[in-house]
Design a protein around this ligand. Structure first.
Ligand SMILES: [Zn+2]
Length: 199
């Protein structure tokens, strides 16, 4: 439809989550109109993260190097794991200042409609941490929506027989919502009021 590079840019932007063909076109023309320096700053930021940032080999948070800053922090409680869906959820939990343990990032939630099952998530990796790290409690901190609840139930059934204490953050979070949008106080209380899961 457009000259080669323009169409390529529209196609690439259209592959981003939540960006439909119309938005992709709008963004592409916005970038075309930007001063070259501004547009290249975006290109450089993308190159930089792809060059320098990987995922933590322990918890799958974003990391510069093998381990993320949280796993490398010796002041943290290494026997408690807070399981979240995405690295950005760690930021939400950290903001509450109610949690001093480590994390495990699943990189998604169980979602049969989109074909995402436990095998697509970092579940095997979670199980592999329990014994070597002497984990005593796993806090299921997935989103309070259908996918997050299904994931929490699945993990609870998997983890309970292994003799580890499994807790789920308390309700009080807006149902159907995302952790990252919860305010610190609400999420902090939900963590404090976590309950053991019957599975
Ligand atoms: Zn880590």
């Amino acid at each position: 439809m457009y000259a080669g590079p323009v169409q390529e840019l529209i196609d690439e932007l259209g592959r981003l989550p939540g960006v439909g063909p119309k938005s992709a076109q709008r963004l592409a023309f916005h970038l075309l109109k930007l001063p070259k320096d501004d547009a290249l700053r975006l290109a450089r930021a993308i190159t930089e993260v792809k060059d320098r940032i990987t995922f933590c080999t322990r918890c799958w948070n974003v990391a510069e190097g093998d381990e993320c800053g949280l796993c490398a922090d010796t002041r943290r409680d290494t026997h408690v794991l807070c399981v979240v869906e995405e690295p950005r959820d760690i930021v939400a939990v950290e903001k509450t200042q109610e949690y001093r343990g480590r994390y495990h990032v699943l990189h998604g939630a169980i979602n049969p409609i989109e074909g995402i099952g436990p095998d697509q998530l970092k579940v095997k990796e979670l199980l592999g941490r329990l014994d070597p790290e002497g984990i005593t409690e796993v806090i299921l901190c997935t989103n309070p929506n259908i996918e997050g609840e299904a994931t929490a139930m699945y993990l609870a059934r998997l983890l309970k027989p292994l003799g580890v204490k499994v807790t789920r953050i308390a309700s009080g979070l807006p149902v159907g919502g995302d952790l990252e949008y919860a305010d610190e106080l609400t999420l902090g209380r939900a963590l404090e009021g976590r309950r053991e899961v019957d599975a």
